[in-house]
Design a protein around this ligand. Structure first.
Ligand SMILES: [Mn+2]
Length: 256
């Protein structure tokens, strides 16, 4: 059995197709060919690139097909899933004189994703975990400490996000969306960063953190085109798998 991690797609559907075929998780018809492989996506299917909804549709299809051969496809909740769900739920509700839909466009929302977004997509997103244990790793979308505000166990954190996604008060959502502006909590200052890693791993378990959210080209100040593999840092206890496809990286699928 082989395990794979796929980072932030941000609507880059053609790259997603190519990477799935290259890694033989998909055949030429985009049907699951991964056998008993275990795949985790790190969230942020949407925004910036043109086809977030197609990235989601393909993932949902592969998730169903993988089960038949003993494989699995799972995904974390990214902040851009929360954003499109917020736009879908509150659409023409206004805060500070601007509709949530218009605010979502400013956050990078793509109109055709919104037009194609159905209750089936919404229901699928609402069941995504914000945090998971996979093998010896703790999976979180963001390199951020914000999870601690949602609970002191994986179950508490996930149920906090699940109840948020059923809230009919937009003012419950906005501070949580804002909190995801936090980046690089594990790398900004090396010693502080490592203490934060210790803190999260001791709370939630695992030997290492795997995350997306901050593009490697941005975090490392390197050319996007040169980023073709995950970045291990913070004393080898953090793995960033966001290649920065929307910045021009060819992307990668990380094999654990
Ligand atoms: Mn993100």
């Amino acid at each position: 059995m082989t395990s794979y991690i796929i980072g932030d797609l941000h609507g880059h559907y053609r790259d997603y197709e190519r990477l799935l075929k290259e890694s033989r998780l998909c055949d030429d018809n985009l049907d699951w060919s991964g056998g008993d492989a275990q795949v985790w996506l790190m969230g942020d299917f949407f925004d910036r690139g043109a086809s977030g909804i197609r990235c989601l549709d393909l993932t949902m299809k592969l998730q169903q097909q993988a089960v038949a051969t003993g494989g699995s496809v799972n995904s974390l909740l990214g902040n851009h899933e929360l954003m499109i769900l917020c736009a879908y739920t509150f659409n023409d509700v206004s805060t500070n004189g601007e509709s949530i839909y218009d605010q979502w466009l400013r956050w990078g929302g793509i109109e055709s994703d919104f037009d194609g977004f159905t209750e089936t997509h919404a229901a699928w997103i609402r069941q995504l975990p914000a945090m998971a244990r996979f093998e010896n790793s703790l999976l979180i979308h963001a390199d951020a400490m914000l999870y601690v505000d949602h609970g002191l166990s994986i179950e508490q954190v996930n149920s906090s996000f699940t109840s948020l996604m059923t809230s009919t008060d937009v003012y419950d959502w906005l501070p949580v969306l804002s909190a995801f502006s936090e980046h690089m909590a594990f790398s900004s200052l090396e010693m502080t960063g490592q203490r934060r890693v210790d803190q999260l791993l001791s709370l939630y378990g695992g030997d290492m953190i795997i995350h997306g959210h901050t593009p490697i080209p941005f975090a490392r100040q390197v050319e996007p085109e040169s980023v073709t593999e995950a970045w291990l840092y913070a004393g080898d206890r953090c793995l960033n798998v966001d290649g920065g496809m929307y910045m021009g990286s060819p992307g990668f699928i990380h094999e654990l």
